[in-house]
Design a protein around this ligand. Structure first.
Ligand code: SAM
Length: 350
């Protein structure tokens, strides 16, 4: 059974910073790929009114249901879809929702999920080890724990949890199978842990399991690529992450997409013909202020990165003329793709 909580119990992280990075404008079209409790979505709708539109996606049907009520007053401007953001391109295609002015990913878990005492995300509540964002998905955390080999478990805990004690933990899991509940797993990890740090010894293993169950890192990588394709010229991509594995993927992706040649340094001449599609908005990662962390301790690990699309959908922009065109077009504030295309043709012909 799904626990229904008030949508307002999730406090959106880096709210004003993300709205600024998205450059939300009246009449703009936006996608919130991680709708959650709808905090970011409601603010995007407020700032894009009149005429703004928002496509909200969440893999968790409970988030969609709860947030639909919260966003009732914007119902003419909102489309909510219960799906995984790994299907972003297909969703946009189905609902004819592209190009867009901004796309937001606020990764990880919402407080609704963390506090939900039957989801198995937290060892604060004793619950079956589920951890699926979408209950229709087949494999649960318990399935992984009870069927995976010791070596593979150690690998998962090490790779997705960055847990140095992974071998001892994996050995204990295999010895004490079947593992069914959060508290059983947390107690077992406590016993297998030699050192005690600031965080609970089970924290990293829980993170690793959640990432494995929901394919979080693979899906993130795939959908970032799709997101760039969906952005219009000048559209913004904003991603908030909560641990170093996610942040590394976002950082490397944005750096690569904002560079020209990506050939290995020893290559004498460029063979990749890679052209930048993004421009970084902030060189440095954005983190919450001390005031925000004090008000909302769950924001403490958040990191935000943002980039702007500098090509129009469907264009490769391989030439230097293209780049000067982009610079001129941007300085004139041109955003409409059809107009952009027309001007570009004139520019190249000139
Ligand atoms: C941190 S919360 C978002 C909170 C939201 N920004 C707010 O202000 O309330 C992350 C949400 O993303 C969803 N999510 C995580 N991975 C997803 C994926 N691959 N596809 C779709 N939704 C996902 C989770 O179910 C969760 O509801």
């Amino acid at each position: 059974m799904v626990t229904h909580r008030s949508a307002s119990s999730h406090t959106p992280v880096l709210l004003s910073e993300s709205l600024r990075a998205l450059s939300v404008q009246p009449g703009g079209r936006y996608i919130d790929c991680t709708l959650g409790g709808g905090g970011h979505a409601a603010s995007i709708l407020d700032h894009s009114s009149p005429g703004g539109q928002l496509l909200g996606i969440d893999a968790d049907p409970n988030a969609i249901e709860v947030t639909r009520e919260r966003l009732q007053k914007y119902k003419e401007s909102v489309l909510l879809v219960n799906d995984n953001f790994v299907n972003l391109q297909a969703i946009c295609h189905k609902f004819d929702f592209s190009p867009v002015h901004g796309i937001l990913f606020d990764l990880g878990l919402s407080s609704l999920q963390l506090n939900g005492n039957n989801r198995g995300f937290s060892f604060q509540h004793d619950a079956p080890l589920d951890m699926r964002f979408n209950p229709k998905q087949k494999v649960t955390a318990a399935d992984i724990l009870n069927t995976t080999s010791e070596a593979r478990l150690a690998y998962l805990i090490k790779t997705y949890g960055e847990e140095s004690n992974c071998y001892r933990i994996a050995r204990s899991i295999v010895k004490e199978r079947p593992i069914e509940t959060t508290r059983q797993l947390a107690r077992l990890i406590e016993k297998a842990s030699i050192r005690r740090g600031k965080i609970h010894p089970a924290t990293k293993t829980f993170q690793a399991l959640r990432i494995a169950v929901n394919h979080e890192l693979e899906y993130l990588e795939t959908s970032l690529k799709q997101a760039v394709d969906i952005l219009g010229f000048g559209g913004r991509l904003v991603v908030i992450t909560y641990h170093s594995l996610e942040d590394r993927i976002v950082k490397q992706f944005m750096q690569r997409e904002s560079r020209g040649c990506v050939c290995p340094p020893q290559t004498p001449i460029c063979i990749c013909h890679h052209t930048p599609r993004l421009k970084l908005i902030n060189r440095k990662v954005i983190t919450p202020s001390i005031t925000e962390v004090n008000l909302n301790p769950r924001s403490r690990s958040a990191k935000m990165r943002a980039a702007e699309r500098i090509t129009t959908p469907g264009d490769a922009y391989a030439t230097t003329e293209d780049h000067s065109f982009i610079t001129i077009a941007k300085s004139n504030g041109w955003r409409k793709p059809a107009l952009m295309k027309k001007i570009r043709m004139a520019f190249i012909a000139a």
